[in-house]
Design a protein around this ligand. Sequence first.
Ligand code: ADP
Length: 542
Amino acid sequence: MLGTMQEWPLLAHKILDHAAAQHPNRPVVSRSVEGPIHRTTYGAMHLRARKVAQGLEAHGIKLGDRIGTLAWNTWRHMEVWYGLLGLGAIYHTVNPRLFPDQVAWIINDAEDRLLFIDLTFVPLIEGIMDKLPTVEQVIVLTDAEHMPKDTKLRGAVAYEDWIAARDGNFTWHEFPENTAAGMCYTSGTTGNPKGVVYSHRSNVLHAFQAAMPDMLNLSARDTVMPVVPLFHANGWSLAFSAPMTGAALVMPGAKLDGASIHELLETEKVTITAAVPTVWLMLLQHLEKTFGRISTLKRVIIGGAACPRAVTQAFQETYGVEVAHAWGMTEMSPLGTICSPKPETAGLTGDARLDLQQKQGFPPFGVEMKIVDDEDKTLPCDGKIFGRLKVRGPAVAAAYFKGEGASNFDADGWFDTGDVATIDGYGYMQITDRAKDVIKSGGEWISSIDLENLAIGHPDVAEAAVIGIVHPKWDERPLLIVVAKPGRDPSREDILNFMAGKIAKWWMPDDVVFVEGIPHTATGKIQKTTLRDQFKHYRFET
Ligand code: ADP
């Protein structure tokens, strides 16, 4: 027997319909790429998104066509997403921080028909225009006044001119909820990047999951600033979960430095924000230097890489902002877990609370997790034994675009995250390492993440990375690579003494090297592959 309820396909653009109906005047504030602060509302964006859909349709864009965006978080970028969704075309966020050849590779693999790009990325696309045969036209997300002159961009047109001729009188198209909605490539530290294709249904279900109290905890009373770019892992759902709840949005545009982020947090009275740890390290250093305060922010979501304990402590104890440590990946839409309190842990204070917050937390309904050994046998959840983390759920990828990377998916529907983790008796998961970054010393594993997080707690350390160096006796031993804070000059011994006693003796790094800077990936994570390459001839003195 079937239920007697209505068929109402979970289509992602209905989220903007809802925001425009229920929260039409809620502000969407952006730092425009041209400079000035721009203010609009969900109601106004709803109209302009339909103008985008009209423009796309006039161009001949159809169901299933891929359209690339190389853009910062602004109202225009979000309008383009929704215009594409309402037509059944696919937003394909391209990470503009990748090398030009990788950008070209990804656009060609996706066969993008149009590109919507910010002014910032005009030179990048001009440089590879000849290598992009599928791209019919480039629409620059600006107005006529700011359009570059004599550009080599194919069919270049200013976005504001491109939609000006449309009236917005457009009815969204109808199609099944499993229709592809968006696309995002994983950064591909090994081999070529792999495309993840989200569906309307997975984006809508994921937005419900993300908005829940123990996840991002969004409501119509919040003002949310996604510092995490829309091109990083589906923008952590915020372009969907914020309008779904009616939360106001603050979009930081191209300026993600400490001073610019601090300014927006304060002037726009942000209550919730989200980004990778490197962004928060920059903000905290700015606050320390300027004796800045944070007045309205309640909650900062930190994920994409392990959040150092010192960052959590500074936010909570110095600035009175609650930290929510999150874990996820592009393949998971991306949210997997968030470290929120359960009744059993809610009473923790001081160090015990910080210890808990080093964990990445527990999943929402709709994400199943398990850890397994090398024979794929499920391991116990005792918080000590670690194994490969596998996940499944309605917003987890079942395959990559064009069938790449099939070995990551089990026959019984589990996706192998490539992460190594523990799960404790309360269900809190903690990432030990990426399987390929873990340091194998004498048959045991050392977590590079734990060592990095400890080292960064030293007051003179700006950033730290740990890699394994081949060792004649132990296979590998940890090397600690440190960037000192400006004007500070810590010694090797200062740092090792600071770490001693806080970890098992055999985890202690065999040496410390000081460098000017640590390389980052296009999503702001420490680039271990480059570091390993840089130090491939390094040997410990024995
Ligand atoms: P990219 O590598 O392109 O940035 P993802 O954002 O999908 O792609 O990366 C996902 C990976 O990032 C996870 O598999 C995990 O290794 C790492 N990661 C994400 N969040 C955390 C976290 N809170 N702690 C530790 N590692 C994390």
